[in-house]
Structures are given as C-alpha cells and as structure tokens.
Design a binder for this molecule. Structure first.
Ligand SMILES: [Zn+2]
Ligand SMILES: [Zn+2]
Length: 297
C-alpha cells in the first residue's frame, strides 16, 4: 500500500513556496489555496507565470500533481437557497476548477455550505447543480470533491447519506469527475465515533463507501479540539485532541488510506516565515513523521 502524506503548507511568498516547503518536509502530497479563501474568487484568474513557478517547484519534489489538492474558498456556499448567493458561489466554484485545472492538480475539495432555512433535499440538488456546472464548463482531469463537514448549524455534507444524495444529483456522464473526501476532525465532531475501536473506524469508512459507491478520494488528517458530536471545526495536532493518536494508526492500516492524498491541516509553528524561506514548518515535519510511523514507513 502506498501512502501519500502531506499538509496544507504555509503559502507566504506564493504557492511555489508552499510547494518547496512541502518538498523539504519530505511530503508526497500537498494542499494549497489558489486564491484568498475568504473571497469568492469568481473573477480571479491565474497568471501563466504563477502556473509555471508552481509546476517548476513541484518538479523539484516527490509530490506528483495527482496528489495535490486545492481547497476551495470557504465562502462558496453552493448549498444556499438564496439564488443570488448561489449564482456567485457557483461561479466561484467553476473559477476554482479553472485555476486548479491550469495548475494540473488532481482535485479540488470544497465545503458545500449551509442549507440555511431551505429544505435539505433541495439543497443537495443545488450543490449537485453547482458541481455539474463547473464540470461542464471546465473540461480537465482535475476532479471536484465534496468534503464532509463538522455539521455546525445547517451545513450540508454531514453524513454519508447526504454525501450520497449530493453525488446522486450529478449526471452519470460526469460522475467519475466528482467524489468526496473525509476529514477526521469533521467526522468526529459531527458525531461519528472513530475512536471507539478499529472496527468502529472501519464501519464508518464502510458506511461512506457503501453510500457513495466509492471510497474517499482524500483524507484530511486532523485531531479535534471539540468533543464527539460537538460540531466544532477546530483542528489540533494529532495527539492533542479528543481523537488521539490511535485512530490515525488504524486509518493507516486501512486499505482506503492507500493511493489517495492524506493531508494534514494541523496547526503550524511559524506562520510568519519569510517569503523566501523554503524551510519546512517544524510542526508539519513532526506530524508527517508521526503518520509515516503509523503507516510503517
Ligand atoms: Zn476543508
Ligand atoms: Zn475543518
């Protein structure tokens, strides 16, 4: 089994610097933002120079483009019943797929957002529609993946059933270009107890795989500051939260952690690193080593 382990590294100096920091930490996977995650980015195109710098940096590392994930902006709430907001979020998601396709990365992941006062089944359809529009507009090998959420408020994508419903709304001809990924912190805080036993963790992964008719296409490896079912989306270093280290070792021995990007989104030590400093973050290095140990590398 091959484990591709990486992190959402610090971007100071540009995405090519995030790549170099990942490479210098010995990572084989990576996550980045292509635009400021607090904005829709629906008009933000990516300059060819930026693409060239990114690709040149990636070629210096052991990270294959297929194992790079772009995390879409948090504000792209394509679950919303508000037509105007939906249109803008949908345009933002399509634009993200355009930028990410130019970079040649394996996938874009996104949080579907909140159904608000609307019906959840209708919301799943709106999310599927936004995925469909993006995939029809931008033809590329970059997949567009739903991320499970911590389940605060009316956020969609909280359960296996909801992920299934979202994906079921995408036309069959486009279905291979979409899928989903799982964040361990979000699973736990939305009420899936992945800590009880290895069997319990396996059962949760089975539930998602059976519902969606495919295994997860990425994992986010985060410990959780919040308790089981707290719906809190606060990541902490592995071993510092309520999940603890053991479930991550179980996960590394599950076939589903093989051949997909395994991305740490845990706290880093040096957020103010100089723009031209490509040294890896000490916390990232520590976390990657820990996961590699669990994987038996
Ligand atoms: Zn996320
Ligand atoms: Zn999170």
């Amino acid at each position: 089994m091959t484990r591709y382990i990486g992190a959402h590294t610090i971007v100071n100096g540009g995405i090519h610097m995030a790549v170099l920091r990942a490479g210098n930490a010995g990572m084989t996977a990576l996550q980045i933002f292509t635009a400021i995650p607090r904005f829709y980015g629906d008009k933000a195109t990516i300059k060819p120079e930026r693409v060239a710098r990114f690709k040149a940096a990636l070629a210096k590392t052991r990270i294959k483009p297929a194992n790079v994930v772009v995390h879409a902006a948090y504000v792209l709430s394509v679950a919303t019943p508000d037509d105007e907001k939906w249109a803008r979020a949908s345009a933002g998601l399509t634009k993200e797929l355009e930028r990410s396709s130019a970079l040649g990365v394996g996938a874009v992941c996104f949080h579907p957002g909140s159904a608000g006062t609307g019906d959840r089944a209708d919301s799943a359809k709106r999310i599927a529609k936004a995925i469909t529009v993006a995939l029809k507009t931008i033809e590329s090998d970059t997949r567009l993946l739903v991320e499970n959420t911590a389940g605060a408020g009316k956020t969609m994508g909280k359960t296996a059933q909801e992920v299934k419903e979202i994906l079921a709304g995408v036309p069959e001809s486009l279905r291979a270009r979409t899928g989903y990924g799982l964040d361990t912190c979000h699973l736990f805080s939305s009420g899936y107890d992945i800590t009880a036993s290895k069997q319990a963790l396996t059962a949760v992964l089975d539930e998602f795989e059976e519902a969606a008719d495919e295994p997860p296409s990425f994992f986010h490896l985060n410990d959780s500051e919040g308790e089981l079912g707290s719906n809190k989306d606060r990541h902490v270093l592995i071993g510092d939260g309520h999940i603890g280290k053991q479930p991550f070792e179980w996960l590394m021995h599950d076939r589903r952690s093989s051949d997909v990007p395994l991305i740490l989104e845990t706290p880093q030590q040096n957020y103010d690193i100089a723009e031209d400093d490509d040294s890896p973050d000490p916390y990232d290095v520590k976390m990657v080593k820990l996961i590699e140990e669990f994987a038996g590398k």
